[in-house]
Design a protein around this ligand. Structure first.
Ligand SMILES: [Zn+2]
Length: 414
């Protein structure tokens, strides 16, 4: 207990991530779980996977960043407890500096992490350059007043089915918006040359929202990288000085019942009501309005290498479980065929943990049968500090899974 108190007293507010470490622990006993939760309650840990200390369980690994300058103290406590652990990232600031390892000088590149202004300029430009295939509209406006731009990609036609894909729910998952940009570019460049993509774009429309949480994403680029680990939206909470809601706990799907927090300071805060956030409401409104055509919903996150489908708010199996399971199995096998990257797959609740209020569950219950969450690379070696040099292989392999799912939707959706 003394050690914990000392830890609390020296947990300093730190501007950057110098000296910070990311641990992976495997709690084997109830005491181990208790120790992790005690440390978490002092606000010295930032959970990477799972995304909340409440989800830590005996026998399951947990990755967390130790905030401030208490990494050695936390390590000493873990050592004393006899808990199994490894240090995934020994010096977080260095890992974040090394993340930007692309030598490309162009303002926008598919192999760089682009900031929000650059992504917005890119989406305007790509729509202007490809009017026969791409159009851009504004789906909504964020809490801080930023436009949420949506791209529609497909050859024009009547009564087309559609797939909706979003990226950038969680601000710090930078590989996610990078994937949406990659997807749009590959779709356009493949039209007329790749028969599978040509057929997909002739028969389907893809709605692509490159960044849902525009305020959060913009925030991760500010103050010289100091806010790089931000996850939530940027809305002000009543009766709390803590900012933001977890957009992926804010949907009306078992809202806030399990695996979500009702405390505004928590990273998995579910919000004051379902769809309290302008960004999630804009998304839900768009899908409700277009529910007759939208047959697929894909939401791109990182990390953990997982392909998940409903449900996450209950262990109950989805009505379409067998079809979704078999589709996920094949998509993952396609993905692995390129670089051997291993993905786990299955319903969210059973595969990882229960988490209510997610957009995939909501979309499924709203009538979008083919609803998936992808957790992209990696498995924790870099976590949210995934280097730019991994954007290309990550996107290439993910495209294989996506094309498989989209083709299945094209051929089977009613
Ligand atoms: Zn996420």
């Amino acid at each position: 207990m003394w050690a914990l108190l000392i830890l609390a007293s020296i947990a300093a507010v730190s501007g950057t991530f110098h000296g910070e470490k990311v641990f992976r622990v495997v709690p084997q006993t109830a005491e181990h779980v208790e120790l992790i939760k005690s440390m978490a309650s002092l606000d010295v840990l930032d959970f990477w996977l799972p995304d909340s200390p409440s989800l830590v369980e005996q026998g399951k690994g947990a990755d967390f960043r130790v905030k401030g300058h208490v990494a050695y103290d936390v390590q000493a406590l873990i050592d004393q407890s006899g808990m199994q652990y490894e240090i995934l990232i020994d010096e977080l600031q260095e890992a974040l500096d090394k993340q930007l390892d692309s030598n490309i000088r162009a303002v926008h590149s598919y192999e760089k992490y682009n900031d929000l202004d650059t992504i917005n300029a890119w989406s305007a430009n790509i729509a202007a350059q490809n009017p026969a295939l791409v159009s851009r509209s504004q789906m909504g406006t964020s809490y801080e007043g930023r436009p949420m731009y949506l791209l529609k990609i497909g050859k024009s036609g009547l009564n087309k089915k559609a797939i909706f894909m979003d990226c950038g729910f969680h601000a710090r998952e930078w590989i996610s918006p990078a994937f949406c940009q990659w997807f749009v570019n590959e779709a356009i460049n493949s039209y007329g040359t790749d028969s599978q993509f040509t057929s997909l774009l002739n028969n389907l429309d893809f709605y692509v929202l490159p960044v849902l949480n525009v305020d959060g994403y913009a925030y991760t680029w500010t103050s010289g990288g100091k806010n790089r680990m931000w996850r939530k939206t940027r809305s002000v909470n009543k009766n709390s000085s803590c900012i933001g809601t977890d957009p992926n706990r804010n949907f009306n799907a078992g809202w806030c019942s399990v695996g979500a927090s009702s405390r505004a300071c928590d990273e998995t805060y579910c919000g004051s009501t379902a769809e309290s956030e302008r960004e999630t409401k804009a998304l839900a409104d768009f899908i409700r309005k277009n529910i007759s055509s939208i047959k697929g919903y894909l939401t791109i996150h990182s990390y953990g290498q997982m392909l998940l489908f409903p449900y996450s708010y209950t262990y109950k199996l989805a009505d379409d479980h067998n079809e979704l399971y078999s589709l996920a199995e094949k998509a993952v096998s396609q993905l692995s065929s390129l670089y051997g990257t291993k993905y786990t797959y299955g319903p969210g609740g059973k595969t990882i943990y229960l988490a209510a209020g997610g957009s995939d569950d909501w979309a499924y219950d709203a009538g979008v049968k083919y609803s998936f969450t992808l957790e992209l690379r990696d498995n924790g070696r870099y976590g949210f500090a995934l280097p730019e040099s991994q954007i290309r292989p990550t996107c290439q392999e993910t495209m294989l899974a996506l094309k498989h799912i989209a083709t299945h939707i094209m051929n089977n959706a009613k």
